[in-house]
Design a protein around this ligand. Structure first.
Ligand code: ATP
Ligand code: MG
Length: 278
């Protein structure tokens, strides 16, 4: 399998103004395959956001390196789209102009990309809201616009940091289906941070479970459930087993010392609907 994003023994130490060092994460070694949907779950403060920022080149790790399609990440990279926890749309720009932000920053052809922006907004159900301002949209609609903004320059990889954390349960379910559609149509590699175990299982090919700080990979759990996944799959016994397994790992990491590295395939041997082994 071709690896799209490789983490090679990544470590991050933050040094505060008093010279005190805090190790946020260490020994992170992992490869995400081309077109794979990967979730990161772990206790608060274990370094998930730090890892996404390192991947995007917004932070430099103090040890190891991240490679995107074989190239080490040095500084901010154009190869990723970043969706932050809150939509952070610019309130003085219309929805369309928010989506077009990266096009303007990067000096890309406005005419071509306006067509693409309109098509993306249509895809996520925001047709007719192009000329509205963020305050005129609900939280879920703003988050969908933020996803379009991250996708506009067609980056091969999408990094999402708890993008649905602030949404109500029903909107969140809707967003899961929409994200699954976008991902299945685009073939992008996605790294997705969440605190919701069911959300991670619903969306992912694999779930990377982290220990408490300093974050280490506790286990990589393969979710070999067929796609496209539908709302209601939560009642499937295999879904429930995966959720319990991940919950157990998080509880173990809370109560035990140094975690073990490992790889679990709970439902091995089945081909996912996208025609590749998950
Ligand atoms: N810029 C910074 N300077 C110093 N320490 C930082 C900085 N950013 C994060 N940290 C520390 O690094 C650790 C990991 O932070 P990070 O935001 O990556 O965690 P997280 O897993 O995303 O947590 P959460 O689930 O709460 O979002 C935390 O202890 C945090 O206090
Ligand atoms: Mg975070």
């Amino acid at each position: 399998m071709d690896s799209a994003i490789e983490f090679g023994d990544v470590r991050m130490d933050y040094v505060d103004d008093d010279g005190e060092t805090l190790c946020a994460l260490t020994d992170v070694g992992f490869q995400a395959a081309e077109g794979e949907f990967i979730s990161f779950v772990g206790p608060s403060g274990c370094g998930k956001t730090t890892l996404l920022k390192i991947t995007a080149g917004l932070l430099t790790p103090t040890g190891g390196e991240v490679r995107i399609q074989g190239h080490p990440v040095w500084g901010p990279t154009q190869d990723v789209g970043f969706v932050f926890q809150s939509a952070v749309l610019l309130r003085w720009r219309t929805i369309l102009r928010n989506v077009m932000l990266q096009v303007e920053v990067r000096g890309l052809d406005k005419k071509d990309y306006t067509r693409r922006a309109l098509a993306l907004l249509d895809l996520v159900g925001l047709k007719g809201f192009e000329n509205k301002y963020p305050y005129q949209l609900s939280g879920g609609m703003q988050q969908r616009a933020a996803i379009c903004r991250a996708l506009i320059h067609d980056p091969p990889h999408l990094l999402m940091d708890e993008p649905f954390g602030a949404l109500d349960a029903l909107t969140r379910e809707q967003m899961h289906l929409e994200l699954q559609d976008i991902w299945m149509q685009s073939g992008k590699t996605v790294l997705f941070v969440t605190h919701s175990i069911p959300e991670s299982v619903f969306l992912s090919d694999r779930v990377v479970v982290f220990s408490p700080r300093p974050g280490r990979i506790r286990e990589v759990v393969t979710v070999d459930l067929p796609r496209p996944r539908e709302i209601g799959i939560e009642t499937d016994v295999r879904f429930g087993r995966l959720v319990s397994h991940i919950r157990g790992l998080l509880e173990t990491t809370r109560s035990s010392g140094r975690p073990q590295l490992g790889e679990t395939v709970l439902f091995g041997g089945r081909q996912s609907a996208r025609g590749k082994k998950a």
